[in-house]
Design a protein. Structure first.
Length: 367
């Protein structure tokens, strides 16, 4: 009998062990990248706005905005700088200056200044026009179709919106972002200058995205210093990475009265868990608190236009874009300014579309 019991026990144990081994074998272990992506997909954002009143909006913006500023570090622009005019060219409807701003403690900032030549000497509204990814940097947005490759890029993405704004009577600053155009040595950065710049700046305790926020704020200060500009009437607009930076600098800098964000209605959570996001867009630690949608919510109550092309492959339409829009709508509704939130759904791809943006900008800045 004793031998029978041990036999039965052994058979049972062996059967269970085999079942366990078979179960373990049936579940294929996740790779480290799959594990990270799952963590990103499931991360809980602690500061998504859930209030319903204007007071709650203000309280939330103060709290989330403070956390965002801590993550970015200082984005204060220089107070004093030297303006070096490299060259200038007159056209029928505007003058284009190629300028470098130089200040102690900050890298030199190349930018274009576009001024209407309509004979009206009254101070005008001004725009900071921000470029996106690509080898040409700010040359596209300023309309430099005389440079190799730029004309094709302009045609493809309707990319010369800086020139389009100046032709509507605005003074326009078109700064060059890190690490694009004149601010990257492509031969030394291999195939991904954004990743290289992120690593190098992290070693210094800095971020490419924060450096660019500082430079965009510097561009705002530069415009306000110009006699051609009404310092109280500043807008900002950009496509792709330029849209992302337009969103961020407008959230941080209240001097900007209206913004147009094109081709950037996507979340960091989606970008990192489903696809890839370049180093120039990364804010380490952001997902502890919120996402790009929460940064967009800091723009309220100021007007903002969000442009989305029907064929834009960079804006994912499987629910992530809806989540982004709903979060923005909740903030603007609670602030009592739903009419200041505009969504421009247009037919087309990843490109600038000014149909709604120009009308809103003109109504606010040129009334």
């Amino acid at each position: 009998m004793r031998h029978l019991k041990w036999f039965l026990f052994g058979a049972c144990f062996s059967g269970c062990l085999i079942a366990i081994v078979q179960t373990v074998d049936a579940v294929e272990p996740m790779t480290i990248q799959q594990t990270i992506r799952r963590q990103l997909s499931n991360v809980e954002l602690s500061q998504v706005f859930s209030g319903e009143t204007q007071g709650q909006v203000q309280e939330w913006q103060s709290s989330f905005g403070a956390n965002l500023q801590k993550l970015l570090g200082s984005t204060e622009p220089p107070k004093r700088w030297e303006t070096v005019v490299e060259n200038g060219k007159r056209f029928d409807d505007h003058i284009r200056y190629q300028i470098t701003l130089k200040a102690e403690g900050a890298p030199a900032l190349p930018l274009y200044l576009l001024i209407p030549s309509n004979g009206n000497l009254k101070p005008k509204a001004a725009i900071v026009a921000v470029h996106g990814h690509g080898p040409y940097g700010h040359h596209t947005v300023a309309g430099r179709d005389d440079l190799p490759g730029v004309a094709a890029a302009i045609t493809k993405a309707n990319y010369d919106y800086g020139r389009q704004f100046v032709r509507r009577g605005y003074v326009v600053a078109v700064p060059c972002m890190i690490p694009f155009g004149d601010r990257v040595d492509a031969q030394k950065y291999s195939s991904d200058p954004c990743a290289v710049s992120l690593v190098r700046l992290l070693a210094l305790g800095k971020l490419p995205i924060a450096e660019n926020v500082r430079d965009l704020r510097w561009a705002v200060s530069f415009l306000q210093s110009r006699s051609e500009v009404d310092a109280k009437l500043i807008g900002c607009a950009g496509l792709s990475y330029g849209g992302r930076m337009t969103m961020l600098v407008t959230a941080v800098d209240k001097r900007i009265k209206v913004a147009a964000v094109s081709g950037a209605l996507n979340l960091m959570q989606e970008r990192l868990s489903q696809r890839y996001s370049c180093g120039a867009q990364i804010i380490p630690g952001l997902l502890q608190y919120g996402d790009y949608s929460e940064i967009g919510g800091l723009i309220a109550p100021r007007p903002c236009i969000w442009q989305m092309g029907s064929e834009d492959a960079l804006v994912v339409k499987n629910g992530w874009d809806t989540k982004f829009k709903q979060r923005l709508q909740r903030v603007y509704k609670a602030a009592g300014v739903s009419a200041n939130l505009h969504f421009d759904h247009f037919q087309g791809g990843h490109r600038w579309n000014g149909d709604i943006s120009f009308k809103v900008f003109d109504a606010i800045l040129q009334k």
